[in-house]
Design a protein. Structure first.
Length: 473
């Protein structure tokens, strides 16, 4: 009896077909595709979107995917591409661990989506992918898409935020503070990992709704595994100063109206002539990093202060300037570019003061009502221009020397050694060491019975109404 001999090319072809068919059971190109069931539902709650539910069962795995579909390639393709990547990763793992699975145990991939209607055409889609591929391997992944079905696009975070590095830095600070304020996860946060996760805003997993701006972090992305995935929720009223005007209107965010020049300073209270009052003042700001730290320390002690701002700095950090005002502090002018006014001509003095006043008003809605000339330098020309603008010249009686020492303890020691009731204290909110010194300094001053007021409140103690200069009680 003759044996049937197959040509070599036939044997090789059959072999590769066998391997391909077997592999396709895991990759989703063959048996998987035939087994997948797809159901499509119209979402009356979310006009413009349909929901596809994809399910599949095989001997070695189960699969369930919820997938919103907008019917436009610019929106659907990036979402489907991410889902495809999750499936490919899943089947690669299943193939590598195929001996672990059978009738008694199967791998699983579940992709869920939380759909939030922001307004009539903006939707926030937050996907959660959960994979089980054997042993203790339970993987999780989060992916977000904010879609505009009218403009047919997926929004980037820079589509909703005002341009500028300082805005992103402010949001990063809010996120760090919010996460560290969560008692159940703060212990597990790894600062270096969190900083790295926040570094590139293009990779942020973010969403927005009518109440909050939210950032998501995968398990292990910003903390140890014990914390699981993380979520930082920032109320919209806190983030609204950093949002583009169009988005603010789209979301119908109720913002605090900007205060007028008359309303901007804290109310003039009647002070006890025998009280121990001092006015803390901060020059050369605002600064994106250290000014918020100064504000936090003041808020913790229910203290108000006066910030003499440079117009050039306000131009870079308008949101920080607005934050100073919103916290109930007083804003004065420190000129536009920190030039020695006593060396300038009349027209140059007018430009320095006028430009600073315009920048501060543009950022905060209020004109500065006080003037601190750089270096404390002034002459009759400066006094005449201050009088014309109605801005008293404010100097100081206690110099913290924070600009020189750059040491938190030294700043505290200088102030405590020279302070007395009625003092105007000079500090600078551009130095991190000044922000570092404040908590202990404020505590020490409170123990000595001092109360913190603004410069205008301090001047009201003796009903001052002249141009000054004022530097002590």
């Amino acid at each position: 009896m003759r044996r049937l001999r197959w040509p070599a090319w036939v044997v090789l072809t059959l072999f590769f077909l066998f391997v391909l068919i077997g592999f396709n059971q895991f990759t989703g190109n063959g048996t998987y595709a035939k087994n997948e069931k797809v159901e499509t539902k119209k979402l009356s709650k979310y006009p413009g979107l349909q929901l596809e539910t994809r399910t599949s069962e095989a001997r070695n795995y189960t699969l369930a995917i919820s997938l919103p579909v907008a019917g436009d390639k610019k929106i659907d393709q990036p979402i489907q591409q991410w889902v495809k990547q999750q499936k490919e990763q899943f089947f690669t793992e299943v193939q590598a661990n195929k001996k672990l699975f059978g009738k008694q145990k199967r791998a699983n991939l579940t992709i869920e989506v939380d759909t939030n209607k922001v307004n009539d055409h903006l939707y926030s889609l937050v996907f959660s992918a959960h994979q089980y591929t054997g042993g203790s391997k339970r993987q999780e992944a989060i992916k977000t898409f904010v879609v505009d079905i009218t403009q047919k696009k997926i929004l980037k975070v820079t589509d909703i935020l005002e341009d500028g590095k300082e805005n992103l830095d402010e949001i990063r600070s809010m996120v760090v503070k919010q996460l560290n304020g969560q008692e159940d996860v703060a212990f597990y946060i790894i600062d270096d990992l969190l900083d790295e996760a926040l570094k590139d805003h293009h990779t942020w997993k973010w969403s927005i709704n009518k109440q909050s701006f939210i950032l998501y972090f995968d398990k292990y992305e910003a903390a140890t595994g014990s914390a699981g995935s993380l979520k930082a929720v920032i109320p919209l009223e806190k983030i609204s100063p950093f949002l583009k005007e169009g988005i603010v209107k789209e979301l119908n965010i109720s913002q605090q109206p900007k205060k007028s020049a008359v309303e901007q300073n804290p109310k003039q209270v009647k002070l006890d002539p025998n009280g121990k009052y001092i006015a803390l003042t901060f020059d050369d700001g605002p600064n994106a990093k250290s000014t918020p730290r100064v504000l936090s320390a003041l808020e913790a002690h229910h203290a108000v202060a006066t910030f003499f701002m440079l117009g050039s700095q306000v131009e870079y950090y308008p949101a920080v300037a607005q934050q100073v005002l919103s916290k109930g502090h007083e804003i004065g002018s420190h000129t536009q570019n920190h030039r020695d006014l006593s060396t300038l001509k009349d027209v140059q003095i007018q430009q320095e003061l006028g430009e600073a006043s315009r920048k501060i008003e543009e950022a905060t809605g209020a004109k500065p009502t006080l003037l601190r000339p750089p270096y404390g330098a002034y002459n009759d020309k400066v006094k005449n221009e201050a009088k014309r603008n109605g801005t008293p010249i404010i100097l100081w009686s206690v110099d913290s020397l924070d600009w020189k020492n750059r040491n938190a303890k030294a700043v505290t020691d200088v102030i405590l050694r020279t302070i007395k009731p009625g003092s105007i204290v000079l500090m600078h909110d551009i130095h991190p060491t000044t922000a570092e010194a404040l908590p202990a300094l404020l505590t020490a001053l409170e123990k000595q019975g001092y109360q913190f007021v603004t410069v205008s409140q301090l001047l009201s103690l003796n009903d001052h109404s002249e141009i000054g200069p004022y530097f002590k009680r």
